[in-house]
Design a protein around this ligand. Sequence first.
Ligand SMILES: NC(=O)c1ccc[n+]([C@@H]2O[C@H](COP(=O)([O-])OP(=O)(O)OC[C@H]3O[C@@H](n4cnc5c(N)ncnc54)[C@H](OP(=O)(O)O)[C@@H]3O)[C@@H](O)[C@H]2O)c1
Length: 330
Amino acid sequence: MIEIAKTENRIVIAREPGGPDVLEIVTRPVPVPGPGELLIRNVACGVNRPDQIERLGFYPAPPGAPEGLGLEVAGHVAELGEGVSAFAVGDPVCALVAGGGYADFSVAPAGSVLPVPDTVAVADAAGLPETVFTVWTNVFEIGALSRDETFLVHGGTSGIGSTAIQMAKAAGARVIATAGTPDKVAQCKTLGADIAINYRDEDFQAVVTEAGGADVILDMVGGAYVQKNINCARMGARIVSIAFLTGSRVEVDLMRVMLKRITLTGSTLRARPLAEKARLAAAVRDTVWPWIAAGKLAPLIDSRFALDDVRSAHERLDSGAHAGKILLDC
Ligand SMILES: NC(=O)c1ccc[n+]([C@@H]2O[C@H](COP(=O)([O-])OP(=O)(O)OC[C@H]3O[C@@H](n4cnc5c(N)ncnc54)[C@H](OP(=O)(O)O)[C@@H]3O)[C@@H](O)[C@H]2O)c1
């Protein structure tokens, strides 16, 4: 039985758009799960790049999202909403939430909740949902990566990138990753990348072309990378954009897209309907959770901070020095 000893819930809001110092902890009543939802007493939550973009005022929460920052949590089920039977109070779980993840308690739709895998500590499982759901849907569903294809991922040591390298290797693909320092390049290799490129020293387009090209490319950089991705893509390649850290407006040569029959596509996760997230959760549980059990995938954890120290966590995120996930202990 999980005791809800607290009557108040700490959440984190951005007072106004700005740097980490606009983040504030405020207290609210412990939320009550509605029908089809559950209340989670969080042990930890994940800090993601989209949280920084929301803090800066460029990524407003979708209508109806819980108040406060934070898109993923792990903890124990504290209360079941009406009609929820797949979990019991006390179960260790991790979940994707549409907001309010940086908190003592979060409410999650049951369809976005997964059991914590046996081989992962509850406090570390907070680093799984956002990246695993994102990689699964973009690389495997939309990108249709298959065994023996070549997969290129930029930001190889980002939360997303470190997960993508491991998942693509688990699926039997050849993996090429890019990163911005020698240490991060080495980390990509440790995670399983067959080729890791320091994009500050080498032209990734040349290295990937020399290696035979890429069938699926996961891009979070945008800008000049878009044409370079097209240039080093193989015939029939799928290029999936999930962010554009250097710009969303680009000029591309469509001739190469046509001649190589390339699919240029992309997606966001947060605003998808609940039923769609539930479908994704089921697919992740069936396919990715066994990879975790088999030791093929584990969250790469960069650092952890206390919830009260959320500003330091965002300073670390802003520095770009992190490799893997930044977590908050709740
Ligand atoms: N569409 C979706 O559904 C979705 C979901 C989740 C996340 N995202 C996006 O995916 C991206 C990764 O998220 P995350 O939480 O994993 O972020 P993160 O850990 O903070 O990683 C960001 C990565 O971007 C790389 N980077 C930054 N500037 C770069 C540049 N100029 N050239 C090349 N690489 C650069 C960094 O690599 P180096 O340090 O090696 O340069 C770093 O590894 C974010 O942009 C986020 O918004 C999208």
